[in-house]
Design a protein around this ligand. Sequence first.
Ligand code: HOZ
Length: 424
Amino acid sequence: MNSDILYERSKKLMPGGVNSPVRAFGSVGRNPLFIDHAKGSKIYDVDGNEYIDYVCSWGPMILGHGDDRVIGAVQDACENGLSFGAPTEKEAILAELIKQCVPSMERIRLVNSGTEAVMSAIRVARGYTGRDKIVKFRGCYHGHSDGLLVKAGSGALTQSVPDSAGVPLDYTKNTLVAEYNDRDSVSRLFEENKGEIACVIVEPVAANMGVVLPEEGFLEFLRSITTDNGALLIFDEVITGFRLSLGGAQEYYGIVPDLSTFGKIVGGGLPLAVYGGRKDIMDMVAPVGAVYQAGTLSGNPIATAAGIATLRILIEENERGLYDELEKKGSILADGFRKSMGDYVWVNQIGSLLSVFFTKEPVRDYESAISADTKIYARYFNAMLEKGIYLAPSQFEAMFISAIHSEYDIKATIDAILLTGKIW
Ligand code: HOZ
């Protein structure tokens, strides 16, 4: 069995042979790798190659792959049945852990994916405020629900199709788009749409146009302009949650949003996501309130077991300085890239999130992110892959570091950059 054979087989069965577009490796000019298994910081393809993995399943695997404690919890949960469609204690335990880590999550609803969490949070914001319009930022990605596929990042940007076909204009006419890190663009929208904006949704650290950090005061500004205008502030922490710190970006930057969404890490590698926030707002959700949202597999006992095990480990490891260690690894890697590639690249890094942009200008928003040369990125991706380093197959996705990436992994990665030669 090899990846190319599996790819040919899969292409006859699934669009592009994959179940999520970026996995097709379209923008790096080669066939995708089919994965056999993963353990710790390594991922292994069906062709028998080993790679140091910086995709980490696009974020969930903060503890590294196949953590025995998480797998044990999942195995134990399986013994009791796979799904009940009825409440369980595990849902309450997970919700308590989330609230312990992120105090703004006064009321919580468990769902299955980040897309679902964000879509639902927006519905709640509209129900609560009685307003229809929402503000998002160009290059930020909030999943693939109709109203949010406007100037979106991630796969939508990688595929060079920023706006999806099949989304009626009527579904997006209430989605207003501002520029990340540009306060004036937000103020203008509030002036032009007085009393009509339900919420501002933002990735507090943008990580779907590559990693782009909020400039000083930007998140504070979003907090105050939303409050002043009776609108809600939603932090989409699907990527940053439990990654930048135990309490996510909101703890890291000291900003309290009204609603937040989490995914990836909170499910420990299984399909689970969360939305929640202020009690008075979340009381809008059925069966307490009039905003409807439901799901057969919501709060699934196996996914909650993985989430509980993961959060318990993170809480414990946090005491031992896990997030400081992740920051250290991230900055060593970022400095390694900067030193080896010099002026040819711009590197953004925060904690265990990192992006190497093939552009000479500072990357601070969508415009500067897309100034990066994607053809050079493809060369770099392929050269690193040959040296055993598995990176995101797109300029516009983040690099993820896990707790289990060793000093040796980081050094081997920096050595690989040097060995690739000057392909940039
Ligand atoms: N949209 C995800 C990255 N931001 C990709 C998910 C996947 O392909 O697994």
